[in-house]
Design a protein. Sequence first.
Length: 201
Amino acid sequence: MAETGTFVLATTNPNKAREIREIFAVCDPGTELVDRPPGVGEIEETEDTFLGNARLKARALVEATGLPAIAEDTGIEVEALAGAPGVRSARYAGEPSNEEANVDKLLAELGPRVGPEQRRARFVTVAVAMWPDGREASAEGTVEGWIAGERRGRGGFGYDPVFVPNGYAQSFSELAETEKNRISHRGLAWARLAGWLRDQR
Ligand code: IMP
């Protein structure tokens, strides 16, 4: 089966696009990735699963370009909050999306809970490849950890300042970017999907 070829990247975030390209360069150098063309409007994330939202984005790009596309959806699930913010991670504190307010709300919701056991959390990424004939493939990556009581460090973005991965003393913000990418939800999901695409050849 020939699964080589070109995929359009659904993400509009240049940092994510760079990270995905770096992963494909290592795990599946036979695949060419092209940037999302201008003119594709914002794609509303209306599904209640990461897979559903990743599919929405991939499908929109396939329909707009006629090419195979890859997309992802990511969020953070906190055990004591029944999995919230989950698929609503970007809009947790309301719209428009505000990363500062999202972290403030998460810390407030966790309130007086103390220590890793009571503050368990995981990042989840689901990556999807979709072809114009309707075929698709997906892969999930997760990283387990806990939510610190306050922000730590200046690096990264989103919930990085308050997420401490298991086995580490530092938050994602305090880790070197290369180290975060090596163990992160996004890195794992894309490495799995790229590896699967490579193995189809
Ligand atoms: P998106 O689906 O990647 O746009 O992310 C959804 C939400 O999760 C946004 O609030 C992001 O800031 C947050 N998020 C996604 N990936 C990460 C990450 O690696 N670190 C911290 N926050 C993230």
